[in-house]
Design a protein around this ligand. Structure first.
Ligand SMILES: Cc1cc2nc3c(=O)[nH]c(=O)nc-3n(C[C@H](O)[C@H](O)[C@H](O)COP(=O)(O)O)c2cc1C
Length: 365
């Protein structure tokens, strides 16, 4: 498959040795990276990925996607769409402008295996090579006017067999009821649908935000009300729900039961949280941050296995999207074997934008 235009220029070589592609510059702000998105998608031969593959009812060219986060705008979407990813998720948007947290937004950390939430990891800010990082953006958003026009650009540039998902979240105000919050999700979803989203994703988990919208996936009632309200607002589009790590199987079962009538897919796991220290000092004011990358590979695979069991036991029709720590072709095979129908890659794809091409070259059988 050939894609449009000419090869993107080198600007910020990725830390792990790929100097011929553009990647997100972790030393620059979110706004800088938004403005300095790749100008044109590269033209590369994309190895085929024999299927069939589907995502939320759409036929797609591969089971490889990018979850909410790395793709700040349409130019990043179309860049990764030309690099062998077929489900592209537009970074979470809100019903109003929201600034990003201060730098660092992506802080490399040691690669110690994270098997539970709340551990402390050592920062590795000067590491020449790294595979995991702490994520600290606070879910910034451009204004609805800006993101809806930009979503339309992303949709227009996509190819057959590719799907555009838009991630949405509420921005609660003091005194809001659960229904107010769900309505704010629905407002964003309606706007994203009108702009051209193929799929809506409601973000029910943000480990780096301390307000009401952060942990909705731990409350069956909150998850149900949000899912039902968004589904009613955009009945014609599939609805995915992004969730974090479940503290135990019982809550997982309750959430699956609560949302199965209203959603199309469940996307797990957002990330695993940890405190981050450097030379004995806790960073990020001692608050936890979501960790992405290979530190989370083993635990996120376990979570996929467990979710598959719970979905099967409940007879739930929800599709299972596996995310968290996926880096290699073997990781993708493991997630598919565990019962995921689609696999998403954030950290590894930001560090090495050629990740999907490498996975396709190796093959998934
Ligand atoms: C730069 C960056 C920004 C992110 N922003 C969001 C976001 O806005 N909404 C969301 O649901 N998840 C966000 N995430 C989490 C990812 O979607 C993903 O769940 C997480 O990074 C785990 O996958 P990974 O191990 O492949 O990185 C972000 C991740 C990264 C790396």
């Amino acid at each position: 498959m050939k894609t449009a235009m000419t090869m993107a220029k080198t600007r910020s070589p990725s830390p792990n040795g790929q100097s011929d592609v553009q990647s997100y510059d972790i030393h620059q702000t979110y706004d800088w990276n938004y403005e300095h998105a790749p100008q044109v998608p590269p033209v590369l031969d994309i190895p085929p990925c024999p299927g069939p593959w589907t995502f939320c009812g759409y036929k797609v060219n591969s089971p490889l996607g990018i979850p909410a986060g790395p793709l700040l705008n349409s130019r990043w979407i179309l860049y990764y769409a030309a690099l062998g990813f077929d489900v592209l998720t537009y970074k979470t948007v809100r019903s109003g402008y929201r600034a990003c947290y201060d730098l660092p937004n992506l802080l490399p950390v040691e690669d110690a295996a994270l098997n539970e939430e709340g551990r402390t990891l050592e920062a590795a800010p000067d590491a020449a090579r790294y595979h995991s990082w702490a994520i600290s953006f606070g879910m910034p958003s451009r204004s609805p006017e800006e993101w809806s026009a930009d979503i339309a650009r992303a949709r227009n540039g996509m190819h057959e067999g590719q799907v555009l998902t838009v991630s949405v979240v509420a921005s609660p105000k003091p005194g809001w009821s659960l229904q107010d919050l769900a309505n704010d999700f629905a407002t964003c979803a309606t706007r994203a649908a009108t702009a051209g989203a193929h799929v809506i994703e409601a973000n029910l988990s943000c480990p780096n935000v301390c307000t009401q919208e952060a942990d909705l996936y731990l409350s069956p009632e909150a998850a149900r009300v949000v899912a039902a309200t968004v589904r009613a607002a955009v009945p014609h589009l599939p609805l995915a729900l992004k969730v974090g790590l479940f503290p135990n199987r019982r809550i997982m079962e309750e959430i699956v039961e609560a949302v199965s009538p209203h959603a199309t897919a469940i996307c797990a796991t957002n990330s695993i949280t940890a405190k981050v220290s450097h030379h004995g000092n806790l960073l990020f004011d001692g608050l936890r941050r979501g960790i992405g990358g290979s530190a989370t590979t083993a635990r996120c695979l376990e979570e996929t296995v467990l979710l598959r069991r719970v979905l099967n036991a409940a007879g739930s029709p929800l599709e299972l999207v596996s995310v968290g720590g996926v880096t290699t072709a073997q990781d993708v095979r493991d997630r598919l074997h565990a019962g995921a129908t689609h696999v998403q890659i954030a950290t590894a794809a930001m560090i090495d934008p050629l990740t999907a091409i490498r996975i396709r070259q190796e093959g998934l059988s």
